[in-house]
Design a protein around this ligand. Structure first.
Ligand SMILES: C[S@@+](CC[C@H](N)C(=O)[O-])C[C@H]1O[C@@H](n2cnc3c(N)ncnc32)[C@H](O)[C@@H]1O
Length: 340
């Protein structure tokens, strides 16, 4: 038996921190304009020359840098580590290796043994409460979520027809990346974004840059208290943050808020019934939810049950978007007396 793959898995945390250190120190961005010799790279990033040379060598072994006659160069695989790349992983890596999220992963065993999120075991409070008191991490979280959303918006607006939308409500809309893209594909629609006070500020900045001011509004608030009315309700990366009871509360608000001819779009991974080869991304994302939020990824059957209990019928599930594990789950309101 060759145990090398297991060894690679065991040292996976080292790979993640090597990439985190590289982006945190600005190594990929320093190489975006072309190769640099090690000494220049160290000077440009303000690093100890020996430390930087060792990090760069490790990045070569990982395949994100190459050694050329002109010094270290980014490979094709390494380009998404740079700022501004359309599939940039830079902010995701900054978030993954941040001290608070790193510590949360260290408490995974506690979450599995005792229940609750690993984040809460590590820090004594849930992620979103922590973010409310940590503006730097909150900003990083919002930007990383927005960057991840940016990977899928082009395919989302290509495969889903938003042209007839009248009022699009994005719940927990983060930094506004999704709503801005949907409004571009829904020329007659007005957009409303609900998020925390900090999220709302970030969203307004994004929307101000790309959408005329009379086409959107941002409502700081708690989506467990109320949901504004609309005919297209968006929940991207929201239900998987919460347990079934909290999701049921939110979905019942959505049911009251949605127009009779409206659609609820849930953008999330869907876990296949069996943990076969196609399940890796959604199953690993499920563990990330256990670590960070205490929520979970769900199977199609679990989504159906949850939606049904709140007065929605699941009418379709798309393929995965843009090589990510995100799918579009479309739900429509059912009209059974007494469900609302
Ligand atoms: C995982 S992020 C998803 C952000 C965005 N939908 C996206 O996919 O890019 C979850 C978002 O929900 C927001 N949020 C968490 N709890 C909330 C609440 N009770 N009311 C409103 N927004 C909330 C967070 O601030 C955050 O922006």
């Amino acid at each position: 038996m060759n145990y090398t793959p297991l060894t690679h898995m065991a040292f996976g945390y080292a790979t993640s921190q090597i990439l985190h250190a590289a982006v945190r120190l600005g190594v990929p961005d320093a190489l975006a304009g072309g190769p640099l010799p090690a000494a220049k790279l160290a000077a440009g990033t303000g690093c100890d020359p020996e430390g930087l040379a060792r990090l760069a060598r490790a990045l070569v072994v990982l395949g994100v840098l190459a050694e050329t006659d002109d010094g270290y160069a980014l490979t094709e695989l390494g380009r998404p580590l740079c700022t501004g790349h359309p599939a940039s992983l830079r902010t995701a890596l900054l978030l993954l290796g941040d001290a608070a999220t790193w510590a949360a992963w260290g408490s995974l065993a506690d979450a599995v043994r005792l229940g609750g999120s690993a984040f809460e075991h590590a820090h004594g409070r849930p992620l979103f409460d922590h973010l409310a008191g940590d503006p730097v991490l909150s900003d990083l979280f919002g930007t990383a979520m927005g960057d991840g959303t940016g990977w899928v918006t082009a395919e989302l607006t290509r495969v889903h027809d938003f042209s007839a939308a009248r009022r699009v409500v994005d719940l927990g809309g983060g930094n506004g990346t999704l709503l801005a893209a949907v409004l571009a594909a829904a020329p007659r629609a007005h957009g409303v974004l609900v998020d925390s006070a900090e999220g709302a500020v970030r969203a307004a900045e994004t929307l101000r840059r790309s959408v005329p001011p009379d086409r959107w509004s941002v409502e700081p608030g708690d989506f467990f208290d109320a949901v504004p009315p609309g005919d297209v309700l968006l929940l991207k990366g929201i239900l998987h943050d919460w347990d079934d009871d909290r999701c049921a509360v939110l979905l019942r608000h959505c049911r009251r808020a949605i127009a009779p001819d409206g659609r609820l779009l849930i953008l999330e991974p869907v876990v296949p019934p069996r943990a076969g080869p196609g399940a890796a991304a959604s199953v690993l994302s499920d563990i990330a939810m256990l670590v960070l939020t205490g929520g979970k990824e769900r199977t199609a059957a679990e989504f159906r049950t949850l939606l049904d209990s709140a007065g929605f019928a699941l009418s379709g599930i798309s393929g995965t978007l843009s090589g990510t594990s995100t799918r579009i789950l479309t739900a429509v309101p059912t009209h059974i007396h007494g469900v609302v």
